[in-house]
Design a binder for this molecule. Structure first.
Ligand code: ADP
Length: 454
């Protein structure tokens, strides 16, 4: 068996290892999932939900350990690692209830016909997840698939196998054998899984990999749910509360060292307030503490690996040589670290304003009118999240003109519970969460009969 070693990006030290799969193993695992699925589906919605909910206490008991592994494997500050794992345990039961509500049969009637809509399992689901939220992303992919009656094969990112493995195995102990299995490996293992006998592929990751998965899925007309990258804009209008806007800009540019699909990647500020906004952003940026996520008070960790650091450094160097001004950070940093950096004087000829950066960089560009702000914010193939800060009605007007799937007015893009996690344009294909999202993990069947004989 090949071995996959997980490395701490803050220190370069190994954290542990897992057995990786070979292509032959994938076939065996998918066959086991296929064999287990009909009985799992036959249990019915409520019994499946009860089995999953029964794992909540064990997941809670393991949450701090899972959270420590998150920090060790991908570098986010320990309170955030533990916070992610605990949130996933605490919200499990509520999530399951929301999914059950979405998947109960629905009745439709007109003068002649009575129709029942059933939300049935699709069969075997491959869940392929990334490293930036290595517990939350598996949770959001795996739970709706399981509640719907699918068997699931989870392939976590090769950067974070240990935390995802502990989470999934803790959950799987409460389920019949074969219903939830974990396989480890890099992209080739993910690809082998996509090409095997699966019915649905749920993927969160980069646009480039999403395109490859869609191509591989096409031959079998397999269902896909792809949550891809973003290049989220923040628009700061002249009538914005600048303290609130700057606090959000710094938090959402540097959280998880910028390695968040909805992190703020482009900031457009009205030129009348550019200076005072920048002063506030710089003050907050200088107060950040970077380091090993296990150290107290650290709020910005390293890049997940050297490759990701190279991407960020290449974009920064290119922007600087094209005339961008470095207002904070931008210096040499050891190992996988990139200093929290604020750039001004950027424009859309620069790659840093067009391609996803996924690093701790805040890029600030001035605009002169609402129309210009909207045009700049929408000038991207991506369309995941967006935020607008300003007087409420004004900000809502601008927000409604944006092409993103999720738009925050004087806040980030996350919605009330029940809101789908949805990207527009190249940020997604299909989506998860919320009633409409949960239903994408199912095959809809409509059973109709004449009303007269009902
Ligand atoms: P990153 O390069 O930042 O890890 P990716 O989008 O490439 O982002 O990876 C996200 C997930 O997709 C990981 O679990 C990875 O192993 C997997 N993956 C990468 N390439 C493929 C592929 N061609 N088919 C299926 N899964 C893949």
């Amino acid at each position: 068996m090949p071995t996959l070693v997980s490395v701490n990006p803050a220190t370069g030290e190994p954290v542990g290892s897992v057995e990786a799969v070979t292509p032959a193993d994938i076939g065996r695992v998918v066959r086991a999932a296929r064999a287990a699925q009909p009985a799992w589906a036959a249990l019915g919605l409520e019994a499946r939900a009860a089995a999953i909910k029964a794992a909540a206490a064990d997941l809670k008991a393991a949450a701090d350990r899972i959270g420590e592994l998150v920090t060790l494997e991908m570098g986010k500050p320990l309170p955030e690692g533990k916070g992610e794992a605990n949130h996933c345990a605490d919200s499990l039961a509520e999530e399951v209830v929301e999914i059950v509500d979405a998947l109960r049969p629905e009745l439709l009637e007109d003068k002649r016909t009575r129709t029942e809509l059933h939300f049935d399992a699709l069969g075997v689901c491959a869940a392929i997840t990334p490293w930036n939220f290595p517990v939350l992303m598996p949770l959001q992919s795996v739970l709706p698939a399981l509640v719907a009656g699918n068997a699931v094969v989870l392939k976590p990112s090769e950067e974070t196998p240990l935390c995802a493995d502990l989470w999934a195995r803790t959950l799987a102990k409460h389920l019949p054998p074969g219903v939830l299995q974990v396989v480890h490996g890099a992209g080739d293992a993910g690809r082998a899984l996509v090409l095997d006998d699966v019915d649905l592929i749920v993927f969160t990751g980069s646009r480039a990999t999403g395109i490859r998965i869609m191509q591989d899925a096409a031959a079998g007309l397999k269902r896909v749910i792809l949550e891809l990258g973003g290049k989220d804009p923040l628009v700061v209008l002249a009538d914005a509360d600048l303290d609130a806007a700057a606090a959000f800009a710094v938090r959402n540019s540097f959280r998880n060292a910028g390695q968040v699909c909805v992190s703020t990647e482009r900031i457009y500020v009205h030129r009348d307030v550019e200076r005072p906004f920048l002063d506030r952003v710089l003050e907050r940026t200088k107060a950040l503490k970077q380091g090993d996520g296990r150290e107290a008070g650290v709020n910005v960790g390293p890049m997940v690996n050297a490759r990701q650091k190279q991407v960020v450094e290449r974009q920064l160097a290119q922007a600087r040589s094209a005339g961008a001004r470095v207002l904070a950070g931008g210096g040499e940093a050891p190992g996988n670290f990139v200093q929290p950096t604020v750039l001004a004087g950027v424009d859309h000829s620069m790659e840093i304003m067009r391609e996803e950066t996924f690093g701790p960089v805040a890029c600030v560009m001035a605009f002169g009118s609402d129309d210009e702000a909207v045009r700049l914010a929408n000038d991207s193939p991506y369309g995941l999240g967006a935020a607008v800060f300003g007087e409420r009605a004004h900000a809502e007007r601008v927000g409604r003109a944006l092409t993103a799937g999720m738009i925050g007015i004087n806040q980030g893009c996350g919605g009330a519970s029940g809101t789908p996690w949805v990207g527009a344009r190249h940020s997604g294909y299909g989506f998860h969460s919320g009633k409409a999202g949960h239903r994408q993990f199912t095959q809809v069947r409509a059973v109709s009969r004449p009303l007269a004989t009902a």
